[in-house]
Design a protein around this ligand. Sequence first.
Ligand SMILES: [Fe+2]
Length: 295
Amino acid sequence: MPYVTEANLTDIARERWNNIPDPRLRQVMTAAIKHLHAFVREIEPTEKEWAAAIDWLTRTGKMCDEKRQEFILASDVMGVSMLVDGINHRLATGATPSTVEGPFHIPNSPEFKDGQDMARGAPGIACFVTGKVRDLDGKPVGNVLLDIWQTDGEGLYEAQREGKNQYMRGLYHTESDGAYVVRTVAPIGYTIPMDGPVGELMKRTKISEYRPAHIHFCLEVPGYHRIVTHLFQKGDKYLETDVVYGVKEPLITEFVKKPAGSKAPTGETMAQPFYEVHYDFVLQKKAAQKAVKAA
Ligand SMILES: [Fe+2]
């Protein structure tokens, strides 16, 4: 083997990293070496710049804990999360599309019955989200777990509210006819966390750091393709510049404002104005998904 030079180092490293029994890991690592070397050859970093990059990655890792995930945020703002999402959820036309999970999902949310209020006194305008979950043939899908999380009416998630546990998130189930009724407060558009290494980087760009108002949903039921998605508020000024590239047209929905004194979907008369959102989700059977991939 020749000794290394700037010219031959990439080939030598790729050959060395080819020595991995697991074929998938071998494919991943040889591609990583190839593209990392190409990246370094293209930008020709100074040693000071390379140290700054390592420092940024180090601080990104240190910023992560059980509630804050700065690496997911980094992946989100560079469009990588949506690319991974797109590759893994090639659903048939008509199925509700997936979108980025984002860094704010917390597992094991409290369970709520149809129509119960998952906002539980959080600030914001009351908002009822109703609809049905169906399959691609239009048949209702019962017992679907809806794992929902969102900001309160001030644009903050649980992770951003000091000392709040089980805040602005909940688990609901569809009835046998596929219907669901969620009571919450309307989310608002928000800026991604700007106090960490990702924010520090974003401040050196002219890229908008805002996300349009949305409610996160994960829909899960045996036999169907699990989807993580959002509902976005139609008319939001950040829809076209979403900092994490998450907006897909079928996920934009009307938040209909109702005046005080109107009847809510739960039957109660509301003393204050509120929003009504109606959305029917369409799930794809697992077998149907295989057929699409094979096509
Ligand atoms: Fe979000």
